[in-house]
Design a protein around this ligand. Structure first.
Ligand SMILES: Nc1ncnc2c1ncn2[C@@H]1O[C@H](COP(=O)(O)OP(=O)(O)O)[C@@H](O)[C@H]1O
Ligand SMILES: [Mg+2]
Length: 366
């Protein structure tokens, strides 16, 4: 049995502007019904990647195939309208002079009855059937967005490309529309590439995230894996605030307030950063100068004192200064927890929540 080709497969895409590679050796593949979020800071090349796949931009190198059929390489170049790709952008524009039904039917072929039935089906699905004969100006921003989604999906594109589609909507509206959109895309079985610069949005929407930086994909995987096994410090920091504990390697180990950490592969004298998210630090009360008895997994408890505590709504943020070396750490604790500055606490870091990365600084000259 042969496995089917991915719905969308891009290999080694490259595009430069003014001699600078803006998209550099980008490869990704998306299966039918799968949602891939291309995530990265503004200017890293996300929209250019999307435009290459859509066919509105030509790559200097690389190839693109849909269901195993090449739509773009060094010899072939299918124009956008022949790629069976749906597009949706933040500043989507509905045709103001066309009814909602005619907007959705815009890209459809077939008999009047067939078109009407597909339009009805999609408007039902986005809960706008009552507006079928209305006009765009009669709809709210969120409703217009849903019409734009229905329009993009109407011709049953094999691939849907979405560029920051929700960033024009206000926060409260956004969650609902996101979830609704997700449901519809899943039902239609379309392969989706959604571009976003917001990690929360990517975590919420994606089956898989491709993290992009300076034109390259630095890590790809399930949201859980990107969050919990970042490839480097910047990848870790993209998803949440991080704590960094700097140490010097001696014999493959680095000493910290929390005991020794393995730093295999780092030379003696090298600086390493031990990274842990504030959510993953555990606090325990002081018992007349001694800490808790930790499990092996929790490592060695270390003493710190509160410098500041703030309530954030669902959780509290506690900042502490470590007795060992003055390192400042942040811990996020569920619900209301506002200890006074100076209060001692014992902190624990689970080893499997810590990541050791090169510090990215040269050791001091000897
Ligand atoms: N047509 C163009 N001409 C020149 N530079 C461009 C063009 N399109 C994009 N760029 C540059 O390429 C970089 C990546 O842009 P873009 O793909 O839009 O990033 P993102 O969507 O991640 O914010 C930016 O520095 C941008 O200025
Ligand atoms: Mg962009």
């Amino acid at each position: 049995m042969t496995t089917p080709a991915p719905r969308l497969e891009a290999i080694g895409l490259k595009r430069s502007f003014g001699g600078r590679a803006v998209v550099d050796d980008v490869s990704l593949s998306i299966g039918a019904g799968e949602i891939l979020c291309l995530l990265g800071p503004s200017g890293c090349g996300k929209s250019t990647t999307l435009r290459l796949i859509a066919g509105v931009e030509r790559p200097e190198a690389g190839s693109i195939a849909l269901d195993g059929a090449t739509v773009c390489d060094q010899r072939v170049f299918l124009p956008p309208e022949r790629r069976s790709i749906g597009l949706m952008f933040q500043d989507f524009a509905l045709f103001p002079h066309l009814s909602v039904a005619d907007n959705v039917a815009f890209g459809l072929t077939g008999s009047r009855a067939e078109k009407r039935s597909r339009v009805k089906e999609l408007l039902d699905r986005v809960d706008l059937a009552r507006h079928i004969d209305g006009y765009p100006h009669e709809l709210s921003g969120g409703e217009q967005q849903r019409v734009a989604l229905a329009r993009a999906l109407a011709p049953r594109p094999r691939v849907m490309l979405m560029d920051e589609p929700f960033s024009g909507l206000d926060n409260r509206l956004r969650d609902g529309i996101r979830d609704e959109t997700l449901g519809l895309l899943k039902d239609e079985g379309t392969a989706v590439m959604m571009v976003t610069h917001e990690p929360e949005e990517a975590m919420r929407m994606a089956d898989r995230i491709a993290l992009m930086r300076d034109g390259r994909i630095v890590q790809q995987g399930a949201p859980y894996n990107l969050y919990n096994s970042p490839v480097d410090k910047a990848a870790a920091a993209f998803f949440s605030d991080i704590n960094v504990i700097r140490g010097t390697v001696q014999g493959g180990l680095t000493r910290t307030a929390f005991g020794e950490f393995l730093a295999p592969g780092h030379a003696d004298g090298a600086q390493v950063d031990i990274v842990i998210r504030p959510q993953h630090l555990k606090l325990d009360f002081d018992r007349q100068g001694s800490g808790p008895l930790p499990t092996a997994r929790e490592g060695v408890p270390a003493l710190g004192r509160v410098t500041r505590a703030r309530y954030l709504g669902r959780e509290s943020l506690v900042e502490l200064e470590m007795a060992f070396d003055g390192t400042r750490l942040q811990a996020v604790v569920p619900s209301v927890f506002l200890p006074k500055p100076g209060t001692p606490f014992w902190l624990m870091m689970r080893r499997d929540r810590c990541h050791v990365f090169p510090a990215g600084v040269r050791p001091a000259a000897q």
